[in-house]
Design a binder for this molecule. Structure first.
Ligand code: MLC
Ligand code: AMP
Length: 506
């Protein structure tokens, strides 16, 4: 199954249909988008990029960026998107690790590209790659990439060590897109409201593939901004977002049921949706948000039903073609209703971590199930609820932040003796990063910000720094993070749930 061919087949006869509606620039039809992709593929080929080569992209959210992604698929190159917030030192790591053939960056970001990187620029309506694409022959032939060939690498940080590249194949992406398109009942007359970034699986694959397979238009906002979303809502029928989108919308008085009159589906994922948000949303709009569960390594695993009961605090049932189970530490399935690790198997599950065969092996069971690191329960009908995480990760506004990465930097900071990084409830981001430091008297939040600037993407910086005399440890000497989380859970006042309650009451 070649993803590009799959999309082309689905879009046969749809060349004249609207693909991307961009309130900030011009609209793109499917014909224009795929013609741009073929020119992009031609430009990449002219630069010597071939099938299997890694194209690392740190680009703003523009239609041109979508054409770059599609161009890579067409050529058979491997697309490696990076968060635009990553700093030069983070980008250097990804370029080296991916052994990239080409780095495509927004002009603003290209200036800080490593000296030895091969760089082209791509901006809204311009850049060196766009200029080259307009002057070369478009690539006519779609590369012969099949089911098991890697189409994209998504970097995801690790509990230990540096980020790992999750290799997603054409088969992973195509099968998951088809499953979601069917489960969520996509129709050509749907209109997707898209405010997610396109460097993660949620905005790039889940959202865009669903709309493309249906040949339906997408209102393509460059970022989430409550006012722009409110302006676009009356034209939309489907929206996908992280929980922060929904709590932010609820805090707007102008967000009303009337504004949602054409909407048929609000979908949430990437982080837990607070039950209070679910209920406040239903009360305000009449819509029960459909929550689903996935990750970079597996794309989407489970979803609440389109028809049938959507239950707050649950992520629904395994998607068609996906097996999900709850298992103990040895991988033995536990009884319905018992808590255990969530494990999944199916065509959605990635082919492994890029150049990390050992790491890949350790995250799979002998029978092929992938150990997600999430903790959950499944009822007798197969409905899954996530109750926690075995992995030490903070999920803030839908971005994953690995404490280890932040702690390693903080421990290098002058005046810091030791550090522990935790996530605590935050009314906007769901969880926020907090650094607990054993440090000299004069180490304050500002010093931490200054030290981390340029070393770590801004969204990973601690939102609060707390100094303590010593870190609580267990008998093994391990920091008791639960105790720290408990001690500091009130740092940001109300939790997301409490805010939604307020909204509901107000
Ligand atoms: C921005 N900031 C964040 C942040 N986003 N801090 C913590 N967590 C975040 N998520 C910080 C910035 O560094 C900046 O700091 C300040 O907040 C304002 O920046 P901004 O760019 O104006 O923020 P904003 O546009 O409001 O962004 C918030 C957001 C965004 C929630 C809209 O983070 C977002 O779009 N999140 C979606 C993430 C996503 O797509 N996840 C999917 C992963 S895939 P300062 O201090 O400099 O002002 C996945 C699998 C699955 O998980 O199942 O889907
Ligand atoms: P990422 O590694 O960025 O792909 O993030 C994936 C992780 O996000 C999962 O392993 C979960 O911990 C979390 N996640 C995704 N969807 C949900 C959800 N609906 N509820 C709770 N956690 C979620």
């Amino acid at each position: 199954m070649n993803l590009y061919r799959g999309l082309e087949n689905a879009l046969r006869g749809a060349a004249g249909r609207l693909a991307l509606r961009c309130p900030e620039s011009r609209d793109w039809s499917y014909g224009q988008l795929f013609a741009a992709a073929e020119r992009m593929a031609g430009a990449l080929r002219a630069l010597g990029v071939g099938a299997g080569d890694r194209v690392v992209a740190q680009v703003e959210k523009t239609p041109e960026a979508v054409s770059l992604y599609l161009g890579c698929l067409k050529l058979g190159a491997v697309y490696v998107p990076l968060n635009t917030a990553y700093t030069k030192s983070e980008v250097e790591y990804f370029l080296t690790d991916a052994a990239s053939s080409l780095f495509v960056a927004d002009s603003r970001l290209a200036a800080s590209a490593p000296a030895d990187a091969r760089v082209e620029t791509l901006d809204a309506g311009g850049g060196s790659l766009a200029a080259l694409a307009s002057g070369v022959d478009p690539l006519a032939e779609t590369a012969a990439r099949e089911d098991g060939d890697v189409a994209a690498i998504i970097y995801t940080s690790g509990t230990t060590g540096r980020a790992k590249g999750a290799m997603l194949t054409h088969g992973n992406l195509a099968s998951n897109a088809q499953a979601l398109n069917a489960c969520w009942g996509w129709r050509p007359d749907d209109v997707l409201l898209h405010a997610l970034p396109i460097f993660h699986v949620h905005g790039l694959f889940v959202a865009l593939h669903c709309a493309f397979l249906a040949g339906s238009p997408t209102i393509f906002l460059s970022r989430f901004d409550a006012q722009s979303v409110l302006d676009a809502l009356p034209q939309a029928t489907v929206m996908m977002g992280v929980p922060t989108f929904y709590t932010r919308l609820l805090s707007e008085d102008a967000f009303t049921a009337e504004l949602c009159r054409r909407m048929r589906l609000f979908i949430s994922g990437s982080a837990p949706l607070a039950e209070q948000t679910f209920h406040a949303f239903e009360q305000r709009t009449g819509h029960r948000i459909l929550e689903r569960y996935g990750m970079s390594e597996t794309l989407m695993n489970t979803s609440n039903p389109l028809d049938g009961e959507r239950i707050a605090g649950t992520v629904g049932f395994a998607l068609p073609g996906v097996e999900a189970r709850i298992a103990d530490a040895a991988g033995t399935p536990v009884a319905a209703g018992e808590v255990g690790g969530i494990e999944v198997r199916g065509r959605n599950v990635f082919s492994g971590y890029w150049r990390m065969p050992e790491k890949t092996r350790s995250e799979f069971r002998a029978d092929g199930f992938f150990i997600t690191g999430d903790v959950g329960v499944m009822d007798a009908d197969g409905r899954v609820a996530i109750v926690g995480r075995a992995k030490d990760v903070v999920i803030s506004g839908g971005y994953n932040i690995y404490p280890k990465e932040v702690e390693a930097l903080l421990d290098e900071m002058p005046g810091v003796r030791e550090s522990a990084v935790i996530g605590v409830p935050h009314p906007d981001f769901g969880e926020a990063v907090v650094a607990v430091l054993v440090a000299e008297q004069d180490v304050v939040q500002e010093d931490v910000d200054t030290f981390l600037r340029g070393r770590l993407a801004r969204f990973k910086h601690p939102k609060r720094v707390v100094r303590v005399a010593r870190l609580p440890r267990n008998v093994m000497g391990k920091v008791r993070k639960n105790a720290l989380r408990e001690a500091h859970r009130g740092l940001f006042g109300e939790t997301a749930g409490a805010v939604a309650e307020q909204v509901k009451a107000g």
